[in-house]
Design a protein around this ligand. Structure first.
Ligand code: 5MM
Length: 331
């Protein structure tokens, strides 16, 4: 039996529509789902304490940016933000809806060491995920994100790749059952001095396992989005690759592994500079692709916002302008 017919009658039509809407031409995803610890690091970089009001204010700055919906089709929130309002009392979810931006939610519970592996990790969060997802849907979320990581210098071991792929597939099936489009994100970390060919080899292995288990779990491919790393040399490799080379390798990998039924490929930036992330994405869109190829950046959209804002009320608008400029450039 084909997955589509198994799931007919549930949320299938809505999932397909949600995924298509997020993957509309010229738009991408704003990832602001930093867990509180990561958010603290970002705030510390501009001298702010990691308090709930500071996280709320920063996210309000981002989400209320005038005109954001022209370039951004979805925003991934951390659970805290899904329940927060602006200082004027408007729910963040309603701010997004009014701007024609789909609200999304990070549902994984973070990484922990994977026993039996080569110092690798696995991603927690499957326990209770169905009830959490149903609740997030009620709160207005329409898509979800689960990020796990794969390390090239640590192997990756077959165990770590299988665990990453299986966890993503279980999460994707549970999300779809509860009306949330799952973003599937096995981040292949940039760390290491390996070549671009080695990254290609690992990425092909990872995505083949991910799609194997997605199919086994009867996930509807038309109702998912991918969040891959670009195929680049390791960050410490002796040679840098040009945007054209990165685009060639990344598209080669995706064309070998990702069915055209998947509506959107929304890249993570993974520690690239803002300009690199934009130029690499641009290179990938110089000829037609089977899917919408766009962005789901966190750092590559937010770095210049933090720099412009500095936590000062008089720089609030400058922060928003910086976000709009990055979003437009990627658009
Ligand atoms: C925004 O950060 C996300 C959550 O990270 P933590 O759980 O570590 O706090 C993260 O998943 C992010 O969405 C992706 O890594 C993409 O971000 P970049 O900065 O690589 O574009």
């Amino acid at each position: 039996r084909v997955s589509f017919s198994i799931r007919a009658g549930s949320y299938t039509d809505e999932l397909v529509q949600t995924a298509k809407t997020i993957a509309t031409p010229g738009r991408g995803i704003l990832a602001i789902d930093e867990s509180s610890a990561t958010a603290g690091k970002r705030l510390a970089s501009i001298g702010l304490d990691n308090t709930e009001p500071n996280r709320q204010l920063y996210r309000q700055l981002l989400l209320t940016t005038p005109g954001l919906g022209e370039y951004i089709s979805g925003a991934i929130l951390f659970e805290e933000t899904l329940y927060q309002s602006t200082t004027d009392g408007k729910k963040m979810v309603d701010v997004l809806r009014d701007a024609k931006i789909m609200p999304g939610i990070k549902v994984d519970k973070g990484l922990v060491p994977l026993p039996g592996s080569n110092n690798e990790s696995w991603c927690q969060g499957l326990d209770g995920l169905a009830s959490r997802s149903a609740e997030y849907y009620k709160q207005g979320a329409r898509f979800a994100k689960w990020r796990t990581v794969v390390s090239i210098p640590c192997g990756p071991t077959a165990l770590a790749v299988k665990e990453a792929a299986w966890g993503l597939a279980r999460y994707a099936a549970i999300s779809q059952d509860n009306g949330l489009v799952p973003i599937v994100e096995p981040e292949i970390l940039l760390d290491g001095d390996h070549s671009i060919d080695r990254t290609l080899e690992v990425a092909e292995k990872v995505w083949s396992e991910v799609f194997f288990y997605l199919a086994e779990n009867n996930v509807v491919f038309e109702g998912i989005l991918l969040k891959p790393s670009m195929v680049t040399p390791g960050a410490e490799h002796k040679e840098k690759a040009s945007p054209d080379t990165i685009a060639e390798y990344t598209l080669k990998m995706l064309k070998r592994r990702v069915p055209p039924a998947v509506p959107g490929i929304m890249f993570l930036s993974g520690g690239q500079s803002e300009a690199e992330a934009t130029l690499n994405l641009n290179a990938m869109n110089q000829s037609p692709n089977p899917w919408h190829v766009s962005f789901s950046y966190a750092r590559a959209l937010q770095n210049s916002v933090l720099k412009a804002w500095q936590g000062l009320p008089e720089n609030f608008e400058a922060g928003q302008k910086a976000l709009l400029a990055r979003a437009k450039a990627n658009s």
